[in-house]
Design a protein around this ligand. Sequence first.
Ligand code: HEC
Ligand code: HEC
Length: 423
Amino acid sequence: MKFSHRYPLRKWRVLGTHLFLATLGVIAVVITMHPWAGQADDGDTSRLDRTLVNVLRAGRFTGEVEATLEARLGRRIDPRLADLGRLLFFDTAVGLYGDNACAGCHSPARGFGDTQSIAIGVQNNGIVGPNRVGARNQRRSPLVINTAFYPKLMWNGRFFAPSGDPFDNSQGFTFPQPEGTTQFPPNDPTVEYLLVAQAHIPSTELVEMAGFTGTAGTIGPRFDQFDDGDGTPVPPPAASGFRNEPIRQAVLERFNAMPEYRKLFGKLFPEVRAGAPIDFSMFGRAVAEFEFTLVRANAPIDRYARGERNAMTESQKRGALVFFGKGNCVACHAVAGKSNEMFSNFEMHNIGVPQIAPAVGVGLGNVIFDGPVRTRTLDWSRSLAIRLIATNSADHRCATWRCNRRSSTTAHLRGWKMRSATT
Ligand code: HEC
Ligand code: HEC
C-alpha cells in the first residue's frame, strides 16, 4: 500500500527533475549560441586558459605587483609628501636655467614619458609634447611610471641598487662619478630608495635643466655657443672637478629663499620648521614619494593573472603563450624575482639596434653610441607586447633607440638650434 502510494509521487518527482534539467539545458544552449556568450564552455578556450594559467604560475607572474608597493616601502605612501613632490616635479625652479621641469620631459599626458624621440632640455620653446623645440639631449626620456620597481635605472642601467632591490639600501646605491658609491652610502636613513637617489641628478645636467650660463671658456669651444647669459649662472666646478654638488647647492639656495616652499617643507620636516635649510635629500624624498603614486600595473595580463579570465582576448592569450613559452621573450623581458614583474631582467643586451643621436654642436651631424642597452620593461605596452602585434602604435615603436635612427636627421636639424643662434 505504502509502496503503491509512493511510486507515482516519485515518478512525478523524477520527471519534474528531468524537466527542470532539460529547461536548464535549453537555456544553456540558447546562452552559448548568443554572440554575447562567455567563452567558458568553449573547449579550446578552457584548454588555452589552463595552459596559460600554468605557464604564468610556473613563470611566477602574479599580476599583483602594484599591490605590493606599500609592503616594499615598509609603510604607507605619505600623501602630503607626495603632493610636495608633485609641485617640485612640475616646477621650473628645479633647473637653474629656469625653463624646464621634470614634467617638461616626463609628461603626464605620455605616461610620464615623452613624444620626442630625443629629449629636449633647456632653451626650449615652453611647449611640452610634439611641438616642443629646443636643445636636444642625446637620449629619449623614458617613462617614470613604475620606475619605483626598477633595480637599475637609465637606458644603460648606470644608477643601480647593488642589493638588486630598489627598496633596499643596505649596500647603498651606485652611480657614476661624481656620486659614485659614496654619495648614497649603505643604510642612509634619508636615502632609503633608489628613486630618492635618482632625483639628485637631473638638475645637475647642463643640457637638461641647469643651462650653460657662465660656462663659456670652461668646458670646451664646442659648448661656448650655448652660453646665452639667461637664467641663473651655473657655479664653477668643485675641487672634485665636477659641478654636480655646487649646482645642487645653488638650486637649494633658490628653494630656501622662497617662503612658500620653506613653509611646505617645514610641514613635513621638523628641522626645516625649526629653521634648518631644506636639503637635497628632502627634495629627493618628496619627488620619489610622488613617483610612488605613479605605480600602475593593471594591464590585461595583470588582471588575467589575478583570475579575470576574460581580461584578454583569445589572440592575446595565444600571444602571451608565445611570449612566455616558445618565443622565450621572458628570458629577457623577465617577470620573476628581482624583475618585480616589470618585463625586464634589467640586464644589458646588445640586440643589434644602434643608438644614433645628434652630436654636440650645430651642424655636426650624428654620432653612434653603440653598446648594450637595458632590456626595456615594456611599460609602453604592458599589454601590447603580449599581443605581439605592437607595431600599430607609433609611440611604441618610437620608444626604442631604433627610433633615434629614423628621426635623427630632423632631430639634428631642429635640435641644437639654440635660442642664441636663432635670435
Ligand atoms: C631634458 C629632459 C629631462 C628632464 C628635465 C628630466 N628627465 Fe628624467 N630622464 C630623461 C632622460 C633622457 C632619461 C634617460 C637618460 C639616460 O638613460 O641616460 C631620464 C631618466 C629618468 C629616470 C629613469 C627611468 C628609467 O627607465 O630608468 C627617472 C626616474 C627620471 N628620469 C626622473 C626624472 C626626475 C624626477 C626629473 C626632475 C628632477 C627628471 N627626470 C628630469 C629626461 C629628462
Ligand atoms: C636577448 C634579450 C631579449 C629577448 C630574448 C627579447 N628582447 Fe625585447 N628587448 C630587449 C632589449 C635590450 C630591448 C631594448 C632595445 C633598445 O632600446 O634599443 C628590447 C625591446 C623590446 C621592445 C620595445 C619596448 C619599448 O618600450 O619600446 C619590445 C616590444 C620587445 N622588446 C618585445 C620582445 C618580444 C615580443 C620578444 C620575444 C619574441 C623579445 N622582445 C625578446 C631584449 C630582448
